[in-house]
Design a protein. Structure first.
Length: 264
């Protein structure tokens, strides 16, 4: 199994420009992400894919590897696909997409996705009995009713086999009797928050990036909807907790406090 982890990192984030280069902890924010991913046992190499030379220089300053990619990509998936197309990375079978604003992403989650994307059902005679998986992502059960109604929290509904049926910023599933807001911990409906980490088989990643953004993706601003629109299967892996992503200055201040507490 050969796995390359790619961390897309844009300088011009709409909500928090320049955040990969934040350094109040003594490390660049992007360095924290790289350090977490490097701990994953099933990843052979970690690459930062960015649109800005300043981020390239920062990554190289702490011994990481970064590549400069186009400024025109619609999503992190498209940026990862550009890396996958380059000859020096074409030998990797599987690619992981880890967001550049997840400094506390658990290495165990990355390993789980790497293992799942490479897994196939094998019969007794050694023959593969099901098609290889195309794409895997992660989710966590929601227990806070406020999160269910929050459009910044992306929800996912899965089928009986754990495959994604749909992702949305809206309340899904919608419980008609009470608006879906009081059953988060109930026995019948399970609400899941989608976590923006993905694993892809290389050939599928290239097909995905070659497909134009679909109307669902453009409406919801969720890149994974393109895969569902194409008819692809996305396996959703449940994890025990959601890491704290950095979307706002307040998120970063809270991260600084946690990091200081852990390193006293």
């Amino acid at each position: 199994m050969s796995v390359l982890a790619v961390i897309p990192a844009r300088f011009g984030s709409s909500r928090y420009p320049g955040k990969p280069l934040l350094k109040a902890t003594g490390k660049f924010l992007i360095q924290h992400v790289v350090d977490q991913v490097r701990q994953a046992r099933h990843v052979q190499e970690v690459i930062v894919a960015t649109d800005d030379q300043r981020i390239v220089r920062a990554v190289e300053s702490f011994g990481g590897r970064a590549v400069l990619t186009a400024t025109t990509h619609c999503s992190g998936t498209d940026r990862v696909a550009e890396v996958a197309q380059r000859p020096e990375f074409a030998h990797y079978q599987y690619f992981l997409n880890v967001q550049g604003d997840e400094p506390e992403i658990p290495p165990e989650t990355i390993d789980d996705l790497a293992r799942l994307i490479a897994a196939s059902a094998v019969s007794e005679n050694g023959a593969v009995s099901v098609a290889p998986r195309e794409m895997v992502t992660a989710a966590v059960r929601i227990t806070d009713s406020a999160a269910i109604a929050n459009p910044n929290v992306v929800k996912v509904v899965v089928d009986a086999a754990g495959r994604a049926l749909y992702f949305s910023r809206s309340v899904i599933p919608y419980c008609r009797t009470d608006g879906g807001l009081s059953r988060a911990g109930g026995p019948h409906l399970i609400y899941r928050q989608h976590l923006g980490v993905y694993a892809y088989r290389r050939d599928f990643l290239l097909r995905l990036a070659a497909h134009p953004p679909c109307i669902l993706e453009e409406y919801e601003k969720l890149e994974q909807l393109r895969a569902l629109f194409m008819g692809a299967t996305i396996l959703v892996h449940d994890v025990p907790f959601a890491p704290h992503g950095i979307d706002t200055p307040a998120d970063y201040e809270t991260f600084i406090q946690r990091y200081a507490s852990q390193n006293r």
